[in-house]
Design a protein around this ligand. Structure first.
Ligand code: CP
Length: 309
């Protein structure tokens, strides 16, 4: 297979296993490119990309911009906070105005679930979802699986536990779809109040005891509690959460085995994970960030090849 089955990247649930394999194969090539002294290829000199961020971001925003520049695309950046959105301009008007300046592709982070899907139905551009509310964060899940494959050789058959605030996490949902598609076993672990009802219907196991979950897994993906998305009444106190769900050195040493530790960032050090664990050799948190550039280059390159000029 040499092309993606989709014209947009709106969520992992729209991808096939073959799409993921193609993205990873293409990312392997771009990973070599970005490790060379000249980290660029001229592949997308004819493409212009707008990065629209309606929510805060560090990793995703910079990673997309670097990926686009490494592919030699022209890049414009849009931050809602300093735009005419503040004067009441709609999303569709905003994007159509940007597209009229001959922009081909839109990367968008938005607080509303489904914002990318909505946009793809109303504008003529290739859309990449860079995180839409608590719905999906597809490039995060792709770089997470790519990093597991890089560290463990395979995703298929691996046991992955996603720990934390599953209810409000787009990273969790996209990871569940991506990992299941590739044949991994997946469990979620967290306080009952932060686990979605019927999560088992996605084919994942549920565990509320962190030690049991860690004893089972090969990989632990630790998530931040997303206070910005919740009513405070959902939540045990931060202290209670840390007592029950924090990955710390004592917990790791009690396992008598080594596990791979992941975190999508930003890390709330001392809450879901302690610094000594986040910075340990078997934590691949910065590898995830580094791989994000190559994986996003692959996604952009493959979607750009489907644009008819
Ligand atoms: N992982 C992630 O999406 O981080 P940012 O919010 O900083 O982009």
């Amino acid at each position: 297979m040499s092309e993606l089955s989709v014209n947009h990247l709106l969520g992992i649930k729209y991808l096939t296993k073959e799409d993921i394999e193609l993205i990873f194969k293409t990312a392997n090539h771009f990973k070599e490119v970005i490790n060379r002294p000249i980290k660029k290829v001229p592949s997308l000199r004819d493409i212009t990309i707008a990065n629209l961020f309606f929510e805060n971001s560090t990793r995703t925003r910079l990673s997309f911009e670097l990926a686009e520049k490494r592919l030699s695309a022209d890049v414009v950046n849009f931050s809602a906070a300093s735009s005419s959105v503040k004067k009441g301009e709609t999303l569709i008007d905003t994007v159509n105005n940007i597209l009229s300046m001959k922009v081909d592709m839109v990367v968008m982070r938005h607080p509303n679930p489904g914002a990318g899907i909505f946009l793809s139905r109303h504008v003529k551009a290739s859309i990449i979802n860079a995180g839409d509310g608590a719905h999906e964060h597809p490039t995060q899940a792709l770089l997470d699986s790519y990093s597991i494959k890089e560290r463990l050789g395979e995703v298929k058959g691996k046991k992955v536990v996603i720990v934390g605030d599953i209810l409000h996490s787009r990273v969790a949902l996209s990871n569940i779809f991506a990992l299941k598609l590739q044949g991994a076993e997946v469990k979620v672990c967290g306080p009952k109040t932060l686990l979605p009802k019927h999560i088992e219907s996605l084919g994942v196991g549920v565990e509320t005891n962190l030690k049991k979950a860690l004893e089972w897994c090969d990989v632990a993906n630790m998530l931040r509690v997303q206070n910005e998305r919740m009513d405070i009444s959902y939540f045990p106190s931060t202290r209670e959460y840390a007592q029950q769900f924090q990955l710390n050195k004592k917990m790791l040493e009690s396992l008598n085995k080594e596990i791979v530790i992941m975190h999508p960032g930003p890390i709330n050090r001392g809450v879901e994970i302690t610094s000594d664990v986040a910075d340990a050799e078997n934590a691949i948190i910065l590898d995830q960030v580094q791989n994000g550039v190559a994986v996003r280059m692959a996604v952009i390159y493959l979607l750009a090849s489907k644009i008819n000029h």
